[in-house]
Ligand binder design. Structure first.
Ligand SMILES: *Cc1c(COP(=O)(O)O)cnc(C)c1O
Ligand SMILES: [Zn+2]
Length: 422
């Protein structure tokens, strides 16, 4: 049961068969999956989805696999958290966190795209999977490859956080660290993909991979009671997730799962790497590549492959974009932790800080529903925040030592949070 008709060039419309292809031979445009939406509309229903396990595969009719899912059977269906305390801090009425920091098995949104890509790689008969990564993707590909028993090579830029490096190595792939930034890694990987014929999830399997990102949006709508939020803020790196959220919201209407509604989508970037937000603000379609310089390493892509489609999706939805400094990103991480008890990495700090900025600017109204997509987990990037949190008090194992300390502590740490960050 597959509703995939084939691939199609986004630029010239040329059709291609279901194969591990990603660029148009005629115009070099990116290829995209084409579905039989009429068929899907007849096959899918809210009841059917609700009857399935709580994983991203509950939306399988809208995903590009032919047979049964082969990977990521427990990925997706992350919590949509009603964020009362963060909402209060930001001065908004209805705020939610879509928490992909607890995605299974590697704690980022990348478990979605990789579940689909690895399933597809197995269908195509590949025995080796690979990727060009800023960290989270490598973690996810390595984990899913281990579970599926596939050979795995992951390529990362040097200088990543320990949590990201060890968080791949533990699964037993070959990890190759490249002298340079992600854009250097990506360029090399295109050549390797051509020469070695491996399944590079974000190169030759990119059209399939990218579809997995839609499930983030399907879940938001389902978790809101089959409604769209009015505003969603999400980080942009290579530009995969944001346009796919827009596509997913459209598809939900097209196949009759939701009645209507419009959602404005906002791109969040770090000031040290904001090529997409700069183009948005300039009102141009041309993205000028930048050299990344930010603590937000997982979104430090200076030459985003799908940046143009982010611009298109943001503009079409009526959304916008903002960039925030590393300091604002750190404050965003702490604010989320201290109001909602969710520890995110710098990409998530960027998403929180950009939301705060857009609310302050009046771009996002205070009385409409807002979802902040939290795409990664803070336990992978401890060194980024290590110096900006309180160190433990060291005392003797005696009651009197604690009594003495307690008297010194002016007020309990909990109470300080909101006043300090608000
Ligand atoms: C990869 C990633 C993103 C977004 O990347 P896109 O390439 O734009 O889809 C956002 N947050 C985190 C933590 C990521 O790892
Ligand atoms: Zn084309």
């Amino acid at each position: 049961m597959s509703f995939v008709r084939g691939l199609q060039c986004r630029e010239c419309g040329q059709g291609y068969p279901k194969e591990p292809l990603h660029v148009c031979e005629t115009c070099f445009g990116p290829l995209e999956i084409v579905y039989d939406y009429d068929g899907i509309k007849k096959a899918i229903s809210r009841e059917k989805i609700l009857s399935r396990p709580k994983s991203l595969w509950r939306y399988r009719e809208l995903l590009p696999i032919d047979g049964e899912p082969q990977a990521g059977l427990y990925s997706g269906f992350t919590p949509l958290v009603r964020a009362h305390r963060l909402g209060e801090a930001l001065g908004v009425k209805e705020l939610y966190i879509k928490d992909d920091s607890v995605n299974h098995p590697t704690f980022s949104y990348k478990d979605r795209v990789v579940s689909v890509a690895i399933s597809k790689a197995i269908e195509f008969g590949f025995d080796t999977v690979s990727c060009a990564s800023t960290g989270n993707l490598a973690n996810s590909v390595a984990a899913h490859a281990a579970k599926a028993g596939l050979n795995c090579y992951v390529f990362i830029p040097d200088g990543l956080e320990q949590g990201k490096i060890i968080g791949s190595a533990i699964y037993g792939p070959r990890t190759i660290s490249i002298k340079g930034n992600y854009d250097d890694v990506n360029r090399l990987c295109s050549e390797i993909a051509d020469k070695y014929g491996w399944a590079f999830v974000n190169v030759n399997l990119r059209p399939y991979y990218a579809e997995g990102a839609k499930t983030h949006a399907f879940e938001i709508a389902e978790q809101l009671g089959w409604k769209l939020p009015r505003h969603v803020v999400v980080a942009s790196a290579g530009g995969t997730i944001l346009p796919k959220l827009a596509k997913a919201f459209k598809e939900l209407k097209q196949v009759g799962l939701i009645d209507g509604g419009n959602c404005k989508i906002y791109s969040a970037q770090a000031s040290g790497c904001a090529p997409i937000v700069q183009a948005l603000k300039k009102g141009t379609d041309l993205i000028s590549p930048v050299k990344p310089n930010t603590i937000a390493s997982s979104i430090a892509i200076g030459n985003p492959a799908d940046g143009y489609y982010v611009l298109q999706a943001v503009r079409e939805s009526g959304g916008w974009g903002e960039a925030v400094t590393d300091e604002e990103i750190l404050d965003g991480i702490k604010l989320l932790a201290r109001t909602e008890g969710i520890f995110t990495e710098p990409a998530g700090g960027t998403e929180v800080a950009v939301t705060k900025k857009l609310i302050q600017q009046g771009r996002i109204p205070r009385d409409e529903s807002i979802v902040i997509s939290i795409t990664g987990n803070g336990y992978k990037t401890l060194e980024v925040v290590a110096r900006s949190v309180e160190q433990p008090f060291k005392i003797q194992a005696s009651l009197s030592s604690f009594d003495e300390l307690y008297l010194q502590l002016a007020q309990p740490a909990q109470g300080k949070a909101l006043a300090g960050e608000g």
